[in-house]
Design a protein around this ligand. Structure first.
Ligand SMILES: Nc1ncnc2c1ncn2[C@@H]1O[C@H](COP(=O)(O)OP(=O)(O)O)[C@@H](O)[C@H]1O
Ligand SMILES: [Mg+2]
Length: 354
């Protein structure tokens, strides 16, 4: 077996299911991939067909998985989360605040929440060990992604299935809630991420039930919640679907701290510098054999036009552009390669309109 086939076996894309404790722990404990050799164009020509195919495949895996970049958006969000987590040190009888990451799709919300939680998970296990004093598995973090039409029962089931609790499919709604509180307490969970919370319709009665239940859980569980979703202000997450004067009585708004995530914007000097910094970090990760420094930075304006400063659209476009550059042998990001790479639908539609 050639080196790259071996690398591929050991470093294939990981399909963690972060919605379970095993998948979450695997994600949290995963080490970065060992780096790949950057061959010269001449050396590439001397490889056998199989070797070249495997090397290119290995590079595709590598290129598609840049480490999370410490953008200003990420640093700022971490800072707010840390501030809110300061109250996580309160004794169990006192209420903790929650963090709400609220922004448009593909701006890095889930990335921010999961990277923060990953560090928290590792740090807590390092300090306190893998089991609790009572001998349960210690699970500092629970990750609970929601989907469309989520119900109260469904929410409790999702929490329980994170813990692999056998009762997840059977018990009644209120029993499920009690079991969820048990899991959280016995595994000493301190941080719960509820992702894609925009699937709850806060204006609808069912949605209000779910949101009241979440408030109840926050009262009963000694944890900090991070809620993540799209357009939560408009969806009346903070005022719990209440209108007019009633809205000011909504507890959620007093208990939660909103973290907006802005897209990059090159219209100011500082914004342009941040965009260039991001491109240069991503550029240094890519393995293309004819790459020269500034390969991406040189296209800063065009990349902004194609992606509207949205980090998710940028990584999509770069995955595709580096695929094109490898496939057609250009081995560099050029204007032609960028033109041949298709962006995601939102990015393409906006780029055409703009
Ligand atoms: N800090 C980051 N560094 C590198 N890539 C990022 C970062 N944040 C987001 N991305 C890219 O953007 C994509 C979308 O991010 P995600 O966190 O899923 O967005 P959201 O939850 O807001 O929809 C990710 O798959 C990743 O490719
Ligand atoms: Mg997300």
């Amino acid at each position: 077996m050639n080196t790259w086939a071996k690398w591929l076996r050991e470093n294939e894309p990981q399909r963690f299911n972060m919605a379970t404790k095993h998948g979450w722990d695997a994600f949290a404990q995963s080490a970065p991939r060992p780096s790949l050799e950057r061959l010269t164009v001449e050396k590439l020509q001397t490889l056998s067909d199989d070797e070249r195919e495997d090397y290119n495949e290995a590079r595709m895996v590598w290129n598609a998985n840049p480490p999370a970049v410490k953008t200003a958006q990420l640093n700022n969000a971490f800072d707010v989360i840390e501030q809110v987590m300061a109250s996580n040190r309160r004794d169990g009888d006192r209420l903790r605040g929650s963090v709400v990451i609220d922004a448009a799709p593909a701006l890095g919300k889930t990335t921010i929440a999961t990277r923060y939680a990953r560090e928290f998970h590792r740090r807590t296990l390092r300090r306190h060990g893998p089991s609790t004093r009572e001998g349960h598995q210690r699970l500092p973090v629970a990750f609970v992604p929601l989907d469309a039409g989520i119900t109260l029962k469904g929410l409790n089931q999702k929490i329980l299935s994170f813990y692999g609790h056998p009762g997840a499919t059977r018990a009644s709604t209120s029993r499920l809630g009690a079991l969820a509180v048990d899991c959280v307490r016995s595994c000493e969970t301190q941080l719960i991420i509820i992702d894609d919370i925009h699937f709850i319709d806060f204006k609808h009665r069912n949605g209000r039930d779910v949101s009241n239940h979440l408030k109840g859980l926050a009262n009963e569980m000694p944890v900090t919640f991070i809620y993540v979703g799209v357009r939560l202000t408009e969806k009346r997450f903070f005022d719990e679907g209440l209108i007019g004067e009633d809205a000011s009585y909504a507890q959620t708004s007093r208990r939660s701290t909103r973290v907006p995530i802005a897209p990059f914007s090159i219209s100011s000097d500082a914004g342009f510098r941040a965009w260039v910094q991001l491109l240069s970090t991503l550029e240094s990760h890519l393995i293309l054999l004819d790459a020269a420094p500034g390969m991406l930075v040189g296209h800063a304006k065009e990349l902004d036009r194609r992606t509207q400063g949205c980090i998710g659209s940028l990584t999509n476009l770069l995955d595709r552009a580096s695929y094109v550059a490898i496939r057609n042998g250009v081995e560099r990001i050029t204007p032609e390669v960028l033109a041949a790479a298709t962006g995601d639908n939102a990015a393409e539609t906006s780029a055409r309109a703009g």
